[in-house]
Design a protein around this ligand. Structure first.
Ligand code: TRP
Ligand code: SF4
Length: 405
């Protein structure tokens, strides 16, 4: 194992292939990924099958959108040396796990996922009464469980999907984690840790089971993580044995809630391609300046001599993203007293956005000019992802009684 891989656990996140990304994605998702990639063993992937669940009628651009998006990940600083970057459909193991999980997932669990009814209402022009659309949260569960991810960074709207994933994992472990002779196998595995660790494990297990000591549980888990001479199977047995259940084959992931992005669009609404209010990560400097200069301000501030109210102005929202307290005070004072004009007020924002985008734009150009490099990065990411996915699947097949050896 690579010694630079952090031991805090594994993080998985996916993004639908939407093409070139904008500042909303950068402040809302990518900056979070940049932080996570140094703290966790990260798997980031393009959810191209997920795009099909809603856009099966217009799927021609998925490939082009995928490459554009991957280039923007890289340009923003996602580091293929630290995180595995790959494409969902290139790791077909996701589909097999999805199928297998579908056998044990009650229909009601999927019908109750809030996005099911919400999205059908929001996307009325599409026919979403499909099998694939109903099942897409379970596909997401397969995405997560196949890597045995411990954390999934999601926005508020996706928390229900992680919750479903936990329920599916629990059901799976309950159904298939009860192997014959489990206790004996667990006791044997304990002995493999050596006398000292075995005693410690037993003591911590007793503290948890008899006194409900959660700290002891956490320490015992960390102890198991550190054991080099346990097989994957034994380690899972001992995780399960700790809690008194059977083996934990698919661990339950935690949702890592990402705070909603404060990045507004050029009109003050949420920045989104469908509102036409974006600044893309590869936007040319002239266009950046032009878009910000013509951005609407407090509508009551018609003349330069009229005082304004920052709370009614989308530019103020940008100052909350880009300006420190001193500059925010300068804006409030200057705006409400008509001491500064709106162009004066926008100037530091223009400079901040230009400074932020310059290195991203330059890196993006390098990747655009070298498509073979991008292909190689993804190819390697897919291979690494498949190695992990295959291992999980082998075990899933075995416990489900589908191991033909
Ligand atoms: N469903 C997510 C979205 O629409 C994308 C996604 C697919 C995902 N699989 C995932 C996110 C697994 C996190 C983990 O945005
Ligand atoms: Fe908006 Fe700044 Fe103009 Fe005030 S001075 S209305 S905050 S752009």
């Amino acid at each position: 194992m690579n010694s630079t891989v952090p031991t805090n656990g594994r993080v998985l996140s996916g993004m639908r292939p939407t093409g070139q990304l904008h500042l909303g994605h950068y402040h809302g998702v990518l900056k979070n990924w940049l932080r996570l990639q140094h703290e966790y063993d990260c798997f980031f992937f393009v959810a191209d099958w997920h795009a099909l669940t809603t856009h099966y009628e217009d799927s021609r651009d998925i490939v082009a959108h995928t490459w554009d998006m991957v280039i923007d990940w890289l340009a923003a600083g996602v580091n293929p040396g630290a995180a595995k970057l790959f494409i969902q459909s290139r790791v077909p193991e996701h589909a097999e796990l999805h199928l297998l999980l579908s056998m044990i997932t009650p229909l009601g669990w999927l019908e109750r996922v809030p996005t099911y009814k919400d999205q059908q209402e929001q996307l009325k022009e599409r026919d979403l009464a499909t099998y694939g659309f109903l099942g897409y949260p379970l596909l997401q569960s397969a995405d997560i469980l196949i890597y045995r991810a411990t954390g999934v960074p999601v926005g508020e709207d996706q928390v229900a999907h992680v919750e479903l994933t936990r329920e599916v994992a629990r059901r799976f472990n309950h159904l298939y984690g009860r192997e014959p002779g489990f206790e004996e196998k667990a006791e044997q595995a304990i002995r493999k840790m050596g006398k000292k660790n075995a005693r410690l494990y037993n003591e911590l297990r007793r503290k948890y089971q008899e006194k409900g000591d959660h700290e002891a549980l956490a320490v015992a888990r960390a102890l198991l993580e550190d054991q080099q001479n346990l097989s994957l199977g034994d380690r899972e047995r001992l995780f399960g044995y700790l809690e008194g259940s059977g083996r934990i084959i698919l661990p339950e992931p935690q949702a890592l809630l990402t705070p909603a992005s404060k990045m507004p669009g050029l009109d003050g609404q949420k920045m989104s391609k469908s509102y036409g209010n974006t600044i893309s990560l590869r936007e040319e400097p002239d266009s950046v300046a032009q878009k910000l200069r013509t951005m609407p301000t407090d509508p009551a501030r018609v003349r330069r001599s009229d005082p304004g109210d920052p709370d009614k102005c989308p530019v103020w929202q940008l100052h909350q993203v880009y300006s420190d307290e001193a500059r925010q005070a300068w804006v409030r004072e200057g705006c409400t007293s008509a001491g500064i004009g709106c162009l004066d007020c926008k100037q530091p924002i223009i400079e901040a956005v230009q400074a932020e985008l310059k290195p991203i734009r330059e890196r993006a150009r390098e990747y655009v000019d070298n498509p073979a490099l991008v292909r190689t990065i993804i190819e390697e990411g897919c291979e690494e992802a498949r190695d992990v996915a295959r291992e999980t699947l082998q075990e899933v097949r075995a416990v489900m009684g589908l191991s033909y050896k």
